[in-house]
Write a protein that binds this ligand. Structure first.
Ligand code: THU
Length: 137
């Protein structure tokens, strides 16, 4: 796991907070913002987008990853999840599976909040023994 420079974490937090402010979460009121660096150093972000048909909700992390894919980027070094909850927000199970699809085992996932608290994981800690594209070969 490559240590993330403090400056890079600040850039991610700023981008994730901006996405957080645009979250569409009228049902849960639980805003989430995510920001990631692609392997080429491109900054991408996403927010959660809910739906009146609740199950169609898409999390911030998956929208963030999809934005990168739209831009032609499919590899990442880090993703940060920003909420304004005292308890940090880890990625949900569905997002862990999508992270595994595009991130290497030792890439970094960070949860951060408005109080300056953060926690860092390595991808393979969040979803050990994952089903991956390699299992399809
Ligand atoms: N949510 C995310 O955006 N990311 C997560 O990892 C956890 C959950 C969203 C989905 C829903 O809009 C709201 O948070 C409450 O579950």
């Amino acid at each position: 796991m490559m240590p993330l420079k403090e400056e890079q974490e600040k850039v991610l937090i700023t981008a994730a907070k901006k996405a957080f402010d645009n979250a569409y979460a009228p049902y849960s009121q639980f805003h989430v913002g995510a920001a990631a660096f692609t392997a080429n150093g491109q900054l991408v972000s996403g927010c959660n987008v809910e739906n009146a048909s609740y199950g169609l909700t898409v999390c911030a992390e998956r929208n963030c990853i999809a934005q990168a894919v739209v831009n032609g980027e499919q590899r990442f070094s880090v993703i940060l999840i920003y909420t304004e909850q005292e308890k940090l927000t880890p990625p949900c199970g569905a997002c862990r599976q999508v992270i595994v699809e595009f991130f290497q085992d030792d890439a970094v996932v960070i949860a951060a909040n408005h109080l300056g608290k953060s926690k860092t994981w390595q991808v393979n800690e969040l979803l050990p023994n994952a089903f991956t594209p390699k299992d399809l070969i």
